[in-house]
Design a protein around this ligand. Structure first.
Ligand SMILES: [Zn+2]
Length: 120
């Protein structure tokens, strides 16, 4: 898909680099989305999120927020010089995807806890 003619739905500053976020991209327009709900392209600084394909999701808007968080975590890792597809072999169990998932899922709770503790 040629994204150059499209305007992103939003632009987010990730450690000084702007990432364009494109929402509701169809699998037909971007074949990469046949394999995943979204992805972060470190070369073009683009985050693409597909359309809802799982109609069993009752709260798709919440799921989409989660996918955007997940891909933004990848962007932060890329901009920190940490490749998202590199296996970190700590006890043979650690892998960045697990870390990315954890941050994406728990960040809202972390933020709330930090705010409640007044440590931001
Ligand atoms: Zn991921």
């Amino acid at each position: 898909m040629d994204y150059s003619a499209l305007k992103p739905n939003m632009i987010v500053n990730v450690l000084g680099t702007n990432y364009g976020i494109y929402l509701d991209v169809s699998e037909e327009d971007d074949g990469t989305l046949k394999e995943c709900a979204g992805y972060c392209d470190k070369t073009t600084k683009r985050i693409c999120v597909g359309r809802a394909v799982d109609t069993n999701l009752g709260e798709y808007s919440e799921y989409r927020k989660y996918v955007i968080r997940h891909e933004l975590v990848h962007a932060f890792l890329f901009e920190s010089g940490i490749g998202g597809d590199t296996v970190w072999d700590i006890d043979g169990q650690e892998h960045p995807e697990h870390m990315v998932e954890w941050v994406a899922m728990q960040f809202p709770k972390l933020l709330k806890a930090f705010q409640e503790a007044g440590v931001l």
